[in-house]
Each structure stands twice: as structure tokens, then as C-alpha cells.
Design a protein around this ligand. Sequence first.
Ligand code: NDP
Length: 286
Amino acid sequence: MSIEMKSAPLVAREIENLKKRCDSLKAKGVTPNMKVLLVGENKASLIYTRNKKRFCEKFGAECEIINLNENIKEDEFLNKVREISNREDVHGCFVQLPLPKHLQHIDCGALIAPEKDVDGFHDHNIGELFKGDPKSNGLMPCTPQGVVNLIEFYGHELSGKNVVIIGRSLIVGKPLSLLMLNKNATVTVCHSRTAHLQEHTKRADIVVSAVGRPRFLTSEYLSKDKNQILVDVGINHDADGKLCGDMDYENIKDLCAGITPVPGGVGPLTILSLAQNLLQAAENSL
Ligand code: NDP
């Protein structure tokens, strides 16, 4: 019998923690304050940023979406991000991606002060992740941190486990491999050039897929006898326009010990991690 690893119970528990931490900061005269820079009117980005704002307000933090014109000049954009990031009353700041084409070459993580980089994209924070010092107060990348939190929430130790991650992007696969290595897992990172992918996934204790292909991971990739934990980061639409993950959920859910659904699995944890980073940034500022 496999367990459906939904994120809702973890989010509910963590909102209570965030409220307590936020109240304690307010008692010290600090209201956690996040600024989101949104360029243009990309529909998905508008929804994501509103969700982030609503989430922050649930536990008492402030969050403002600063909407910049789609045609903003590069200089003006750079100055605006730096100006906001340098404000003393701002504890966390990020640029909602994707940017319009003429700004896409900019490394936004580098524009924001590392101690306010709630996305965890700044080289300093990537360096902290790379070093893996458990005492570091670096801000960790959101989706990977959410994946680790979810696995641990459902009682699965990472230490000593064989983890196979499919995908090596800068926002999911690569940073996740470091987070899990720092938790003493034995990590294999696979990608589009990996030979014999099934051989890797079949021997894994935990398989994480961050590929972006609807229902790509079928039963042929799995080992029925290993009680595997399957974590699906993918957010895709199938040919009928239905939201689905990278995993062939209906056909594999009974072949493993635990599996995250899409939607309702990893997805909501990115915002939770962002909020946790905001509070950590505000606490670090004391
Ligand atoms: P990218 O497109 O940046 O990376 C995809 C990775 O998958 C690449 O490393 C690629 O390999 C690998 N890949 C592609 N095809 C294959 C294949 N046939 N076999 C093995 N590996 C393959 O995607 P992202 O990391 O940005 O996102 C991945 C998925 O996760 C998407 O569905 C996205 O929507 C979702 N996502 C969800 C989030 C959330 O839950 N909040 C947050 C971020 C992403 P190569 O490097 O060789 O090209």
C-alpha cells in the first residue's frame, strides 16, 4: 500500500511555525517585508506573484508586487532592482521569471543582496549550498528545499539512501543534488544524455523527476520490490491540456512505498520555502 505524499499537511504545520516566528519578529519591531519585481503582464507570473503575496499575508508578513513596464530599459530595470534590494526595510526580494526577451540575459540573482536573496540564486548562497556547512545561514533554493522537507516530513531519512535525480537544471536538479548530498544521501544525477536511465532509477531508494515531460516515468523505470519513494517535481500539461507530472501516477502509484501527486505534491512547497527564506532573512537582520 503506497502513501500519497501530499504537501498540504506540511504546509499547514509550517504556517503555524511561520506565524510564531513572524509574531516574535514583530515583538522586536521587525515586520518581515518582501518585494516582488514583476516585469510585464505574463499571465502565469501574475498568478504566481499573487499567490506568493497571499501566502505571506497568511502568516503576517508584508509582500508588495512591484509591476514594471514590459518595455522598461535595461539600465532602469537594473537600477530599480538594486534600489529595492538596498532598502533597509526590505528583508527579501526577488525578480519573478521569466523576464521579457530584452532582459533575459541578466543574472537576477546577482543583482539582489545575498542576504535578501529569498530565491537562493545568488552566487554567495549557491556557494553556501556547495560548502554544505550545517551552521550556515545561507538562503537555500526553494523548490529543492521543498523536496527535501517533504521527504523528511513523511519520515524518510536521506542519510545512506541511493537517490536518483532526473534533471540537472540550475533551479531544481543541480541544487537538489547538493542539498541531498549534504544530507548524506548517495546521489546520482541523470539527464538527457544519461545512458540506460532505467538501470539507475531501478536501483534507487528515492527517485526525483524534474524533467518536464508528461507521464514520462512509467513502471518500466521502477523496481516493485524496493519500496521506492517517488517525488515528482514536473508540472506539465498533457495533450488534452490536463495538468500532470513527469510520473505516470495512476499506473505506478501502487508499485512504490510513497509518491507525490501532481497537483498537491511538490508544487506548493516552493512558496513555502520562499516564505521560510523571508523569515530567515528577517531573523538574520536582527
Ligand atoms: P529544465 O528544462 O531546465 O530541465 C529539464 C532537465 O530534464 C534537463 O536537465 C534535461 O537534461 C532533463 N531531461 C530532458 N529530457 C530528458 C530525458 N528524456 N531523460 C532524462 N533527462 C531528461 O526544467 P526545470 O528543471 O526548470 O523544470 C523541470 C520540471 O519541473 C518542469 O515540469 C517544471 O515545470 C517543473 N518545476 C516545478 C516547480 C515547482 O514544483 N514549484 C519549480 C520548478 C520547476 P539536459 O540537461 O541534458 O538537457
